[in-house]
Design a binder for this molecule. Sequence first.
Ligand code: VGL
Ligand code: ZN
Length: 206
Amino acid sequence: MQIHPDDLLLIVDVQNDFCPGGALAVAEGDAVVPVINRLSVRFDHVVLTQDWHPPGHSSFATSRPGSAPFQTIAMPYGPQTLWPDHCVQGTEGAAFHPKLSTDRAELVIRKGFRSAIDSYSAFYENDRTTPTGLAGYLRERGLKRIFMAGLATDYCVHYSALDARRLGFETVVVEAGCRAIDLSGSLAAAREGMAAAGVRVVNDLD
Ligand code: VGL
Ligand code: ZN
């Protein structure tokens, strides 16, 4: 696939807590780093997202006595998976992987910083209506096609890709630069959902 000057690479949540040894480690999460570094030099526009929760965030199982991580609970905006405490603002776990090239990023979108609401997507919080501002940024800059990679395929990449399509962006997910949490079939469901929404899922860019 030909990369154009007005294409964007969106690098999703490549943070220590999603890598081996981290609080919500994704299997082989750190394997995306060299792939993404190789991809990012080919784009004129690079944006990073950073999961950025206050201590005691409502998506943390520890904020609800009697609940356990990976359990699903009802929130006012719908079902929500509870997670181990992760990506707490200002901690090492919330920092980008030390080998991730971040210098060329023109914007870092932080998300999940409202205590009462989780945020998987780079565009909207989990209520699907509170925007992060990314769509406005991309529109004002005239960027229309988004390539995505990062962590995790079945959560933040998946939700970002669906929202990107809903907002009318051409969307390509590069799977070589992604790894999944895969909770009870969530990876297969994410792949199906992305295909149905018109997201192009490719293994790698040649
Ligand atoms: C993510 C679960 C909780 C992700 C973030 O980046 O995919 N998953 N917070
Ligand atoms: Zn999170």
